[in-house]
Design a protein around this ligand. Structure first.
Ligand code: IMP
Ligand code: MG
Length: 191
């Protein structure tokens, strides 16, 4: 018979290797304000939220329910080449939008802007498709590593320090997306 462990293992939500940066309550308060702001700005517009998979799915789900307008959503998935030696800043479209954005007011929804290279290229691609307007909402802004300093984020949830953060859709090697808060991994070698 195997002995019962005396200490219950920490769950992912209580993982001692995580330091909470923004709590569930702070996040929901911020999203309510962002939603109200977007609602005011898009009253007379034809809004479509374009979510960049996978990281922004949690932000999209909360943000769309804080926007009190007639609107639609669509998804895109891109892979960036930023980890390759030859950094072209180019992206490959893995999944394109399902519907045309011609004449629409597009709000691109991202999880985090870091170097800004992925979004710069994505905005160029979307910019050639006849939208009425294209703006950017990012849950997190990590300004320090930014390469494209000219990239404008129209709606920002929180500004974060130059540390690797996880949770609320953001992953480290595919894990932690399900955390309901934003956290810093204290010791990446134990992640
Ligand atoms: P960049 O702005 O082109 O450098 O790429 C941004 C993308 O890198 C985001 O959409 C995330 O997928 C990923 N990323 C950047 N910083 C972090 C982080 O701190 N945690 C998790 N993913 C990150
Ligand atoms: Mg991403």
């Amino acid at each position: 018979m195997t002995a019962e462990p005396t200490l219950k293992a920490a769950t992912e939500f209580t993982n001692p290797n995580l330091e909470v940066l923004f709590s569930q309550q702070q996040i929901s308060d911020r999203i309510r304000d962002l939603g109200a702001e977007i609602t005011r700005d898009y009253l007379e517009k034809d809004l479509v939220l374009v979510s960049v998979l996978k990281g922004s799915c949690v932000f999209l789900a909360d943000l769309m329910r804080a926007i009190d307008l007639k609107m639609t959503i669509d998804f895109m998935s891109v892979s960036s080449y930023k980890n390759e030696l030859k950094s072209t800043g180019d992206v490959e479209i893995l999944k394109d939008l399902s519907n045309s954005i011609r004449g629409k007011d597009v709000l691109v929804v991202e999880d985090i802007i870091d170097t800004g290279l992925t979004l710069t290229r994505l905005l160029e691609i979307l910019g050639s498709r006849g939208a009425n307007s294209i703006k950017l909402a990012s849950f997190l802004d990590k300004p320090e590593p930014r390469i494209n300093k000219a990239l404008q984020i129209d709606y920002t949830g929180f500004v974060v320090p130059n540390k690797f953060v996880v949770g609320y859709g953001l992953d480290a090697a595919g894990r932690y997306r399900n955390l309901p808060f934003i956290a810093v991994v204290k010791d990446p070698s134990r992640a």
